[in-house]
Design a protein around this ligand. Structure first.
Ligand code: TPP
Length: 704
């Protein structure tokens, strides 16, 4: 680790123009914050978090980077960076007042959540740390586009020496995602510039409590290929030097770099915080002596670069611009209330449309679900070089020199078998064992126009990725008002009925995901449906959770011949598995077959259930459900996930609400008991619904 010290760097080595312009932006940033604070106090803005104390390092970094060329994942204190890149005070004030034409989010996000498609500033969210994995994903995308030239021709905005900038606070460096990101970025020498803006506090928690030993740069200095620099982020020449060295290192593809910049935070954490509650006056005074704006003005004076008059003129010019910008922003209209649900999903590609309804052209022998998912992946990878597959164990063999000597793994269920061998290690590779990283990086790559199809090895282990899915992937399009999106596919084997899977290899939980706006959730019950739905998932323009009931992976009853490379099933279209008249069974996944198994016993009693396989859980086929319930007047909603607060509750509630007058019996649900799937088959059978349970439930409904 090297430290850039002030005496190494002579301000005289920097041109007057550069210094004056940098000062102007530092001053502008400060004044925009001051103005926004005023707006908040006048109730014309609704939140304020400032970049005060961080301005110098932010401007210094931006001066070595290019908006619209490099990519940016800034922290909320990066106001000065954004101004330097080209965001205007007017645009910032539109965000402050939540105007409809706020270019960052259309009034959907708090101020200081930067976003600009034009400048490659990728919409920022509020969770501390999530942005780091996405930035690494964007850099991985850069490396991918370098390796897979055909994909680069299709992607926009790729430059061979581009840098991905990401910044974070000292507090955010405690998040696991920071460490996951470093592990991956350093392992693959990705072009990422980390800037840790260390103001010594995460709200009230001081850095010596936050970070072992109190110094993040000391902790990370042994990461391979990582250039680590430490600087005083309130000192312009020192910051400029450190950022320059770091950017140069990354541009030359030597690996990632991390600049640990010591800054201050004199305006408390946000306007909702008062740092006097936990910082003594003495500490505050000490910080105040390092105010970057004061220091910058002193530097200009001491070096004789500007006269007092010139300084005043610069400040007056900025003040004027800010006054005009605020007046303009205050006159802007707020977003119309009826636009609030716009852009949860793609406005241009509708995966429920006829375009995604393409017939099969069968050939060959009947194949299992594993085979036909694999076939769909092969077809899509061949069709589009932007399709990239990664996850734990998905490759055949990580060490290419061993590949010829082994059969190959291709996933713990062999679903991705042969993809690496066929398409090369750039397009199908193993990821480290870190689910948030798999999803967060996929998001960053998808934002760059790639189409990752990632695997979560077992649904049971999706939870470390939940923050990325719920707070990041699904909100990106909405929160950026359609400026950014990240359509990609998460595949996850799910469910029980395998015997021995127990609590951590058999769980369901789809309702937790169908609850999330913006996510397409799909669960096929046959090999053919898996093939057609996966193609739709890959070609659609939204994030898709593709749930594969692993119990069905190799069953012979659901096999089908290969349906050709364009076979697609639209989302939101159920399948009529069995026609009947007595009652409707609405189900999906493994339970489709169990319902069919229950048929014989029911038919002997003269009960003829109509069985609907939803296939796609969100969106779902309300029309087919409604038509069937109108016909049978009795309905059983059947699923493998827990009964309470489950998927069936929503369907049942809607039937009760909208089809009440067609019902001759209460809407019933049959599902797993509210527990966990255990190891011993006797216990597993007791938790999960069995054909005999279906018979009983259907019989009771039929005779109601
Ligand atoms: C994952 C997550 N946990 C908690 C919060 C609430 N929170 C917002 S900012 C913050 C402190 C961040 O400190 P640091 O990263 O040092 O940045 P600073 O605000 O000091 O610049 C916390 C705890 C959050 N936004 N995200």
């Amino acid at each position: 680790m090297s430290t850039v010290t002030n005496h190494e760097v002579k301000a005289a080595r920097l041109s007057k123009e550069l210094l004056v312009e940098a000062f102007r932006i530092v001053y502008m940033s400060r004044r925009v914050d001051d103005k926004e604070i005023q707006l908040k106090r006048q109730n014309r803005a609704f939140f304020q978090i400032s970049g005060v104390g961080h301005e110098t390092i932010a401007v210094a970094a931006a001066l070595h980077l290019k908006g619209g060329y490099d990519w940016f994942y800034p922290y909320y204190r990066d106001r000065a960076l954004c101004l330097q890149l080209g965001v205007t005070p007017y645009e910032m004030f539109l965000g402050s007042v939540g105007a409809g034409n706020d270019p960052a989010s259309g009034g959907r996000q708090m101020p200081s959540h930067w976003s600009s498609r034009k400048l490659h500033i990728v919409s920022q969210s509020s969770p501390t740390g999530t942005q780091i994995l996405q930035a690494v994903g964007a850099a991985e995308g850069s490396q991918y586009l370098e390796l897979v030239k055909e994909a680069a021709d299709l992607a926009t905005g790729f430059h061979a020496d581009e840098v991905v900038y990401v910044s974070l606070g000292d507090g955010a460096s405690s998040e696991g995602e920071f460490w996951e990101s470093l592990n991956w970025a350093c392992g693959r020498k990705l072009p990422v510039l980390y800037v840790v803006e260390d103001n010594g506090y995460a709200i009230s928690v001081p850095v010596d409590v936050q970070t072992a030993g109190g110094s993040i740069s000391r902790l990370v200095k042994n990461f391979p290929h990582l250039l680590v620099l430490e600087c005083d982020g309130t000192d312009f020449p020192e910051s400029y030097e450190a950022a320059g060295k770091a950017v140069e290192y990354v541009r030359r593809r030597k690996g990632p770099a991390l600049v640990h910049a010591h800054v201050i935070r004199p305006y408390s954490h946000s306007l909702s915080d008062d740092e006097r509650l936990y910082k003594s006056e003495e500490v505050r005074q000490k910080e105040a002596r390092r105010d970057p704006l004061v220091r910058f003005a002193e530097l200009l004076r001491e070096e004789g670069l500007v006269s007092e008059k010139e300084l005043k003129e610069i400040q007056a010019g900025v003040d004027r611009e800010i006054r005009e910008a605020v007046d303009q922003a205050l006159a802007a209209e707020p977003a119309a209330a009826n636009t609030v649900l716009r852009f949860l999903c793609s406005p241009t590609v509708d995966p429920t449309s006829a375009e995604f309804d393409q017939p099969p052209k069968f050939h060959g022998e009947a194949k299992t679900m594993v085979d036909l998912i694999n076939a769909a992946l092969r077809d899509e990878m061949a069709r589009d070089p932007r399709v990239v597959v990664f996850g734990q164990d998905v490759a055949d063999c990580s060490h290419e020199n061993e590949l010829a000597k082994v059969k190959g793994k291709g996933g713990v269920f062999k679903v991705t078998y042969g993809l690496q061998r066929h398409f090369g290690s750039a397009r199908c590779y193993n990821s480290h064992l870190a689910e948030a990283s798999i999803v967060g990086r996929a998001m960053g790559m998808a934002t760059r126009g790639l189409k990752p199809v990632v695997e979560i090895q077992f649904f049971d282990y999706i939870w470390p990725a939940m923050m990325q899915i719920r707070d990041e992937v699904l909100t990106l399009r909405w929160r950026s008002n359609n400026e950014f999106s990240c359509p990609f596919v998460i595949r996850a084997p799910i469910g029980g009925y395998l015997a021995g899977g127990a609590i951590y290899h058999s769980q369901s939980g789809e309702s937790i995901f169908t609850h999330l706006p913006g996510l397409r959730v799909v669960m096929p019950a046959t090999a053919l449906d898996a093939n057609g739905l996966l193609r739709t998932a890959i070609r659609c323009d939204d994030p898709v959770l593709f749930l594969e009931p692993k119990h069905l992976y190799r069953q012979t009853h659901n096999r089908a011949p290969y349906p050709g490379r364009d076979y697609m099933i639209p989302f939101g279209k159920a399948k009529l598995v069995e026609e009947g008249t007595t009652l409707t069974i609405v189900t999906y996944g493994s339970l489709v077959h169990l319902a069919v198994q229950a048929l014989k016993a029911l038919e002997q009693e003269g009960i003829q259930p109509e069985i609907l396989d939803l296939r796609s859980l969100n969106p779902y086929d309300w029309e087919m459900i409604a038509a069937s319930v109108k016909k049978t007047s009795r309905v059983l909603v059947l699923h493998e996930d827990n009964i309470s607060w489950g998927y069936g509750a929503e369907i049942a509630a809607r039937i009760a609400d909208e089809l009440f007058e067609f019902l001759d019996a209460p809407v019933r649900r049959l599902a797993a008991k509210d527990g966990y799937v255990p190891y011993h088959p006797v216990l597993e059978d007791a938790v999960l619904p069995q054909p005999a349970d279906i018979v009983r439930a259907a019989r009771a409904l039929a005779s109601y």
